[in-house]
Design a protein around this ligand. Structure first.
Ligand code: GDP
Length: 358
């Protein structure tokens, strides 16, 4: 190696949660975040802006024997905090979906509903790999809850009657997936996750099956996305705007998920705007303060740089016209015009896509 700063590493896969309203997206994310915080060694969980980064060793503690750290070389999972397919479909990255993998939450009693169908269409269109979380298994009549247990152990503790009702609901969902054109099965029966969708029975309230869900997400990422996760950690940062927000003392800021390279304080960046790409300079990179209350936190801490995959709030002049879903590009050593052209090209794709949605 010479003085080359090109360093490939594997980044964290970005996970989005989709599904029909009230099927439990928020509860499932809250359960995963809450349990990650209590399982992590002090300070190990970093709450990002707009996303939660759960390192592999914490996932392994949460999933028990289902995730053995030595089997994996991806660093963990980054969950986007805002659930729902409306945010999912606007969150693009280089023409594809920003999320590398998705969890489709389906209420096990309700089965497919209109927004489940919509979510499936979007997942199909973007070619995003996904797993189905068949949620609310604890509402099965006669259910004997097994707090936080892997699904097999939980199922062993159920009466025959409860199991037969649950199975009936699960097979209904598998049938609906098949009607939608996806061959699916209970995840432990799936041999080839590239051909079949795994269904994971879970409860966001009792956390039964959550270990399995994490194990399937890690397994899928590791097996099928390792190449896409290889990034140049020192390369110019690339990201997608989650939200544009006014912040006291900073003016308009963009909450951004960085999916490639690194953004440094002082970097020249190009951000997609309502009219024209915005060319500006990073004045501050902000994260929630550590140990802060998740979600209610208003105070930020400045960081010098942010590498993929991560959520960060970028403060910079002239961001008022920035748009949610728009690309963010660090200019660094490429010509400014090239960065502007890239941003323009991406914005054009988003417009085409939004037109298709409407
Ligand atoms: P979202 O609209 O998909 O984000 O759904 P929420 O997470 O807000 O959940 C809707 C309702 O279902 C809330 O009252 C939750 O407490 C409840 N809920 C979500 N998951 C479960 C579950 O696994 N079991 C039970 N019993 N209730 C759940």
């Amino acid at each position: 190696m010479t003085e080359d700063t090109h360093t490939d590493t594997l980044r964290t896969p970005i996970v989005a949660v989709l599904g029909h309203v009230d099927h439990g997206k928020t509860s499932l994310l809250d359960e995963i975040r809450g349990s990650a915080v209590s399982e992590a060694e002090a300070g190990a969980i970093t709450q990002h802006i707009g996303a939660t980064d759960i390192p592999l060793d914490t996932i392994s503690r949460m999933a028990g024997e289902l995730v053995i750290p030595d089997d994996f070389d991806l660093p963990g999972l980054l969950f986007i905090d805002t659930p729902g397919h409306h945010s999912f479909s606007t969150l693009r990255a280089r023409g594809g979906a920003l999320a590398d993998i998705a969890v489709l939450v389906v209420d096990v009693n309700d089965g497919f509903q209109p927004q489940t169908e919509e979510a499936i269409d979007i997942l199909r269109r973007t070619g995003t790999p996904f797993v189905v979380a068949a949620n609310k298994i604890d509402t099965t009549p006669g259910w004997n809850p097994q707090e936080g247990e892997p699904i097999q152990r939980s199922m062993e503790a159920q009466s025959e009657r409860a199991m037969s009702m649950l199975n009936e609901n699960l097979y209904e969902i598998i049938g609906q997936l098949s009607d939608a054109g996806f061959s699916a099965d209970l995840y432990w029966r799936v041999q080839d996750f590239q051909k079949n969708i795994g269904v994971v029975p879970v409860s966001a309230i009792t956390a039964e099956g959550v270990p399995d869900l994490l194990a399937v997400l890690m397994g899928l990422s590791q097996r099928f996305m390792k190449e896409e996760m290889a990034i140049d950690v020192n390369g110019p940062g690339e990201g997608t705007v989650l939200e544009v927000k006014d912040e006291r003392g900073f003016g308009a800021t963009v909450d951004t998920v960085v999916y490639d390279g690194v953004i440094e304080n002082g970097d020249e960046i190009v951000v997609g705007g309502q009219e024209e790409p915005i060319v500006t300079e990073v004045r501050a990179l902000l994260q929630p303060r550590p140990l802060a209350e998740i979600r209610t936190e208003k105070q930020f801490e400045k960081v010098a740089s942010v590498g993929a995959a991560a959520g960060v709030k970028i403060a910079a002049p002239d961001l008022d016209d920035a748009m949610a879903g728009a690309p963010v590009r660090v200019v660094r050593d490429k010509p400014l015009d090239d960065a502007i052209a890239e941003v323009k090209a991406e914005l054009a794709e988003i417009e085409v896509d939004t037109a298709e949605d409407g």
